[in-house]
Write a protein that binds this ligand. Structure first.
Ligand SMILES: [Zn+2]
Length: 237
């Protein structure tokens, strides 16, 4: 069974090579990058929308307050013009001065909110441009990648039917462990254990194996390394 497993891994290696070359192809990389821009675009739009609404509300309430202060300022001016009591005039002048400070602060606030609004609008414009670009890239590279993948289908189909034939000679439990690791992108999965010394070691990571595993290896069984999870075998004497 070990020979079959090794044979399976060898054939599977060819399938993996094709998979790696597909996943590293420019076509896939460009299509995937465009897709991720498009995916995050909706989230970004929602975030900017919320921010824009927030700023608009802030701007409106500041503008309202500004109007109110301006009205009070005008009222003070009126009083100063018509009042004859010097103390009252001085008091009003003092109040008017405080008010003009407030108005100044407020107009600074309004200006900074306006700047933020402008920044959000610029971000919107950039997002729109990026999305447009990503859309075009996706439209160009997704079909190219599909084409590239299709061009390998004959070869991968052949490999897969070879694998299916070899698989029949392998213990299903071992096979399912192998496939699980393969899905986790582990490769190679099957390694020769080192049983030459007093204790047995993993042929990949060098981890010392438990005595029970060493015994099983000698009996021709396959064990899994607790450390790197490779499937280990020992050569028959
Ligand atoms: Zn190991």
């Amino acid at each position: 069974m070990i020979n079959e497993l090794l044979q399976y891994q060898e054939v599977d290696g060819k399938l993996r090579e094709i998979e790696v070359s597909l996943s590293q192809s420019e076509e896939r990389k460009k299509a995937a990058a465009a897709q991720s821009v498009l995916k995050s675009a909706n989230e970004n739009i929602a975030r900017l929308d919320a921010r824009a609404k927030d700023l608009a509300a802030k701007f409106n309430s500041l503008a309202k307050l500004y109007e109110q202060l301006k009205e009070t300022e005008a009222e003070y001016e009126n009083v100063v013009e018509t009042c004859e009591d010097l103390d009252e005039i001085n008091y009003i002048k003092k109040k008017a001065h405080e008010l003009s400070e407030e108005v100044k602060n407020l107009s600074d606030n309004i200006e900074s909110v306006s700047k933020e609004i402008k920044a959000v609008l610029e971000e919107f414009a950039k997002l729109r441009a990026d999305t447009k670009k990503a859309n075009a890239a996706y439209k160009e590279f997704a079909p190219k990648y599909a084409e590239l993948k299709a061009s390998k289908e004959g070869e991968t189909g052949e490999i897969k039917s070879k694998l299916a034939a070899i698989e029949k000679k392998i213990d299903p439990e071992i096979m399912s462990a192998y496939k699980r690791h393969r899905q986790e992108k582990m490769f190679p999965i099957v390694y020769l254990a080192d049983i030459s010394g007093k204790s047995a070691h993993c042929g990949r990571c060098g981890n010392e194996l438990p005595i029970a595993d060493a015994e099983n290896l000698k009996k021709g069984e396959i064990v899994e390394c607790e450390s790197c999870h490779r499937l280990l075998y020992a050569e028959a004497n």
